[in-house]
Design a protein around this ligand. Structure first.
Ligand SMILES: [Zn+2]
Length: 311
């Protein structure tokens, strides 16, 4: 298996640097334009202590590779364009609202004059709190063995239980919020407002507490959605129309959740389900791609693979 992996790596490198895979992708996209939404979370600069994330250098290389093939737009522009666009379109999205979206990713976006959509979890802005999935990551540092079990448990319990269980874990030796360096915390509204001055940086809602919306009752789901939207709209004085489902897998949203979004002025929502975007896809169940740590030649290979799926 290792030999096969090495061979794949070797061939994809040759194909990329000889220009063959790059040319193949260009032709493929010309024949049949495909559109993609790429998903990012934390972007680290090498000085992180606690939370892992994508290296800033890799992000820049991936973005430069994507620029060869795609026109970058924000998510709300994307949904208005995909059904009539002959050009392959792409959106880069940053989830959760990490401070390093501002300190590390934003300078790259600005330098390359690229649009992006940033999803904010409003309950952890301007305070020392972090989202519950990151609390799990902190726990992982001391108790990796039970983490996966707890993670699955947490995703399947109602919110009231979730809070209680997290509180129990907070007494674990690995959970110490004061130990989180400033650079690894969440965004402040001041930072959000600086980014919002760039006309091509869009903000979307990602709930207040990052709760999985199918695991709470309708009133709670409504509150999570509406309160996060209103908070961003008040802070930025602009309409918010894009949404990102916490966790974002098939069981994490449903028709009832989509109805709440529609009723409250959203026009689109992204998931974490992997795939390209096809014409007439449901704008409230948009798939995304995570490129992980792929270097440019594997980015191209990944996109070729996705373009060829279900052709
Ligand atoms: Zn999230």
């Amino acid at each position: 298996m290792y030999i096969l992996h090495l061979l794949k790596l070797f061939l994809s490198t040759i194909l990329y640097y000889s220009g063959a895979s790059r040319a193949a992708l260009k032709i493929m996209l010309k024949i049949k334009p495909a559109h993609f939404i790429f998903m990012y979370h934390r972007v680290n600069d090498g000085n992180h202590n606690i939370f892992s994330g994508l290296d800033i250098g890799i992000l820049e290389k991936q973005i430069k590779a994507l620029k060869r093939y795609f026109k970058f737009v924000t998510l709300s522009e994307f949904v208005g364009l995909i059904n009539n666009s002959d050009k392959p379109l792409t959106v880069i999205t940053f989830d959760d609202g990490y401070k390093n979206t501002f300190t590390n990713a934003f300078p790259i976006l600005k330098k390359n004059n690229l649009p992006a959509t940033v999803f904010l979890t409003t309950g952890v802005i301007d305070n020392d709190d972090i989202i519950w999935t990151d609390k799990l990551s902190m726990l992982k540092r001391t108790d990796a063995a039970s983490l996966e079990k707890l993670k699955t448990e947490l995703k399947n319990v109602p919110n009231s239980d979730k809070e209680n269980r997290i509180k129990q874990w907070e007494s674990c030796p690995g959970i110490d919020y004061k130990s989180i360096p400033e650079a690894e915390k969440m965004l402040s509204w001041d930072e959000v407002k600086i980014m919002a001055k760039e006309p091509n940086i869009e903000f979307g809602a990602h709930t207040v507490n990052h709760l999985i919306l199918t695991k709470v009752n309708k009133e709670e789901a409504e509150k999570e959605i509406i309160d996060s939207k209103q908070k961003i709209e008040t802070e930025l004085s602009r309409k918010i129309t894009a949404f990102c489902y916490p966790n974002g897998q098939a069981g994490d949203f449903n028709e009832a959740v989509i109805e709440i979004l529609r009723e409250n002025g959203f026009t689109c929502a992204v998931t974490t389900i992997e795939g390209k975007i096809k014409k007439d896809d449901n704008n409230f169940a948009l798939k995304r791609i995570s490129l992980g740590e792929r270097p440019p030649h594997l980015v191209v290979l990944k996109i070729i693979k996705e373009v060829l799926k279900n052709v």
